[in-house]
Every structure is written in structure tokens, then in C-alpha cells.
Ligand binder design. Sequence first.
Ligand code: BG6
Length: 495
Amino acid sequence: HKTEPTIAIIFGGTGDLAKRKLVPAFYNLFLDGWLHEQFAIIGMGRSDTNDDKYRKHFEDALGEFSRRQPEADKWAAFAPSITFLQSNINDPEAYELLKAKIESLEAEWGVRANRLFYLSVAPRFIEPVTVGLHKSGLAADVERDRIVVEKPFGHDFKSAKQLNCLLTATFKESQIYRIDHYLGKETVQNIMAFRFGNALWEPLWNRNYIDYVQITVAEEVGVEDRGGYYEGSGALRDMIQNHLLQLLCMVAMESPVTFEAEEIRNRKVDVLHAIRRFSREDVGKAAVRGQYGPGWIKGKKVPGYKEEGGVDQKSNTETFAAIKFYLDNWRWQGVPFYLRTGKRMQEKGSSITIQFRQVPHLTFPDAMAENMFPNRLVINIQPQMDIRLRFMAKKQGMGMRLKPAEMVFDFNDETTPAQTPEAYETLLLDAMQGDATLFMRSDQVEVAWDVITPILETWESRPSLEFPNYAAGTWGPENAEALIARDGHTWTVTL
Ligand code: BG6
């Protein structure tokens, strides 16, 4: 159903996220008829711009960042809902100006609108915004007013806890939407449909039938112009703490009783609690870090991480991480979960591999054990969007020889990428409708930090002497291959 009358206020309104993701997402929601006629976006920022220039800035960006191109008449209908408020978010006056603006819109509409405050700002600005919203009473309606908080959500366990304390001292937990955009991806949501909409998998979905699980999120891009941010982050904080652990939760969670926010989030947090914590010694054995040096990607020479803008020549920041986790619970005891992510890898590709066990006995006299491939399920998240099941079949012809075959469900058979809602569309719509299922609760964020803390601390206290240890355009450092090879396996990206 359509949203209620809504005013979306973007702190960081002239930032990259607003341009690449948020405004294109609102525009596509508008095109698809999800937005109430009474809808407005107020961008907050320090720049000296005006409404016209501000709208034009988004119109120009749509061509590049929206899944659908702007159509002149549609854009003309949407653009007037966007306005800009020049403001310094550290200044209490900014909130008074904002209040006047919001109230005049509401007076015009004749309703108290829902207010969505989107905090797309560096972590240090979360406090002044929270204080400003609190003092001005702008977000005081616990039913109608919501706060969306972008990552990074803290820098470590302690700062995440402080941030949660700060937010929950002012807002109710039900008003706070901590965003992890991976949860809005169609293929990621489909993991739930696939697991809990079918009776077939559940009996097999455990240590008795599953040998191991792999989760890869490989990027071709480097740090681009985000060197300044990334230097203080690294792959562990930037990707593992949030996106990859969330994917792990989706694969490993128990079946929820209902599709309701608290229920889903409880089941996911159970998984995070079950992850075996590392000692310092374990970190050396089960976690591998990497940093890219110069290399070639698709025939193009690219610089190493240390040559990127905003990056320290002696940087110890990892741009690649591979980690082997175990879950201490009944379902997963003894099943390794291998996670890896990196920038400047050979190919862009995110996928989850569920590797089943080998058959217990070789029935066919002509089948050689090494030609028998155990069943494998690959869930491709992006850019390929499909699910593939590998199974053994008879080779055509005389005799009883076997070969691997596959069954494929391809998202693109039904829709084209331009028809597929982007993660931010799904999540913004959910936030506007008050559905927090795909957002992170405070405890989830904290436990996820707790899981990676020993790795973070060990890596920070022992700078790597090997960096850079992989060339751009490869699959990461050799140690990452060794990590999985020790258990007799190899990394897979596609089937
Ligand atoms: C962001 C990270 O959260 O996710 C980026 O900060 C990363 O470093 C991005 O590139 C990847 O998202 P996607 O949707 O392109 O896979």
C-alpha cells in the first residue's frame, strides 16, 4: 500500500549517497506509484545552493544512478517535491528553520505528516543531529517520526554501544532504522523465501548434510574517492561486520514463526551469538587479510591501494579479508563458514555456496569417486541473480556413467534489471511504512561488532609486514587460498 503523507529530511543532502542512491530511490518509488501525493524531500546541507540548482543536481545524476532514466514529464511532476535548506547541523537554529519549513508544509497539506529523518552523515555528526532533533521536538511523535541511520554504525564495539545509548536516550528503538543495504537486495530477501517457503531444504539444512558454506562478496572497484573514510575502516569494518555477517545470518538462522520484525531479528541475533569467538591465536589460523597492489583489471592498469587518494603510504588497512567461522549450536556444529570479501578482485560477484556432503557409498561400478561431485547450491546475489543446484545425472550413451548437471532459477527470466527495485527503494519504502524487518536492531549491531573485535584488535596491534600482498585484478592473497585448501576445499564464485 501507498505511504502516508511523508516528509523525508536528508541530513547530508548534498552528499554522495543522496545523489547516487536516495533520491533515485525516491524517484523510482514515485514512478511506481508508492508515494502519497503529499510527499516532500528536504535536503539539509551547508552548500550555498537553491531549490532549482538542487533539483538540477539530482536530475543530472539520475541518468547515471537511477535504474530508470528520467522522463521529462515525470521528472517535472516529481522535482517540485524536492527542496533545499541551507543549514549547519551543529547550530540549533537549523532545527528551528527546519521546524518552520516542515510545519508550513503540513499546514498546506492539512495533516501531521510522517517524518523520516535520514542521517547520511559522518558518525561525529550523529550526536548534534540527535540533540537538535530532541531539543526542537521535531521527532517527538513515536508513531510517525523515524530516524534512519546509515553505516558506519560505530567504529568498534564500544562506540557502537555509545551510539546506541545516544539514540535510544532520545528515540524509541521502534523509531530507529539502522540500515544495511544488503538486506534490501532482491536476491538476499529471496534467501528467506527459498529457505522458508519450501519444505525441501529444511531437513537437509544442517550439519548432517551440509559440508561447508562459503560467502563471497568480491568487488572490482577499488576505494575510489573514499580513501579518507576507508583508511579508518578496512574490509573487516566496511563489509564483514555488516553485510557478510548479515548474509551468514540469513543462511544459518532457525525458521522464524512469523515474518515479523522482532521475530526475524531474534532469529538472526541467535546466529551471531552462536558464532565461536576467536582467541588471538585463532586469528592467525582462521583469518587472512590482504591489501591490493597495482595490477590490471579487464586490460586496464590500476594503482595499488597505497597510491590511492587519501591513503597513507604506510597504510596497514586491509582491503581484503577471509575468515573461517564456526557456529556453536546444534544445527551447525562442525560446519565451517568461509567468508571473504575484497576490493579490486578479478571480477565483481557476490554469492553464497552451500556445499552438501558426498554420497555415502559409490553405487555405480563405472563411477570414480573423483568424478562424483557432491550436490551444491549456489545463490548468486549480484551481478548474476540466480540460484543453481548441482546434481549428478546420467551421461547419455551406453553404460552407467555420471556427470554433473544443474537446475537453475534465474531472476532475469522474469524481470530485467531495470524492473528490479534497488535495495534502497525497498528499504526506504519499508522505513516509510514502519516495517523494521530488514533493518538492524541495536543488539544485532553490537553482537556483530563483538564477533569481529578479536580480529580487529589483533590486526591493529600487529601491522602486516606483507602489504600489499595481492595484485589488483586477482582473487586476493595466496593465504586466502591456503585457508580453505587446508580443509581440502577451494573457493567458488560460480558453479
Ligand atoms: C558499502 C561499502 O557498504 O557497500 C562499500 O561501504 C562497498 O565499500 C559497498 O563498495 C558495496 O555495495 P554493493 O551494493 O555495490 O555490493
